[in-house]
Design a protein around this ligand. Sequence first.
Ligand code: CU
Length: 188
Amino acid sequence: MKSTLAKVVTVALAAAPAMALGLAPSGAGAAGAAGHVTESMRLITGHMDGKSGWPKITNSSWTVHKGETVTVKITSYDDGTAPLTGQYMKYDKVMGATTGKETVNGKGVTTVSDINVAHTFTVPGLGFNMPIPVAPTGGHVTVVATFIAKKTGTFVWHCYAPCGSGATGMAGAMTTMGWMTGKVTVVR
Ligand SMILES: [Cu+2]
């Protein structure tokens, strides 16, 4: 019995590097375990994408399967802050993550101070939220959190930091699909 248990643990550990490399397929895992997928996104500035004032997320929409464990990894190059205001201030907290935390450059946190928020990745319909802190100028910050896709549907995500254009910072990229908003689709 002892050797059987050891083997199970080894298999579980061996699966982790494959997930990190994005090799884990969507859907039914070959090992019979519930799937684990990683969705990697890059958050670039208007300066980088050639549209001033229009920060953009790549891989803005993606599809996962119900029951899957989904790790969201956002690498942000945006060194400008967009402090949260009013009703959106609650999105300085990590919500819906399996550990209750996100990691910022590998360090676990439950919140990012409003003044240091550059963006948020918020999926209201799934109760999931990741505050994205400001990146160092010329560098980047990597933010990672994991949730379990518990229900099917198409869920729009938004950034709720006023990082766009217009008087309130809520126009332009903020209301344009593929920039500061996209879709998370959960299928059977
Ligand atoms: Cu934003």
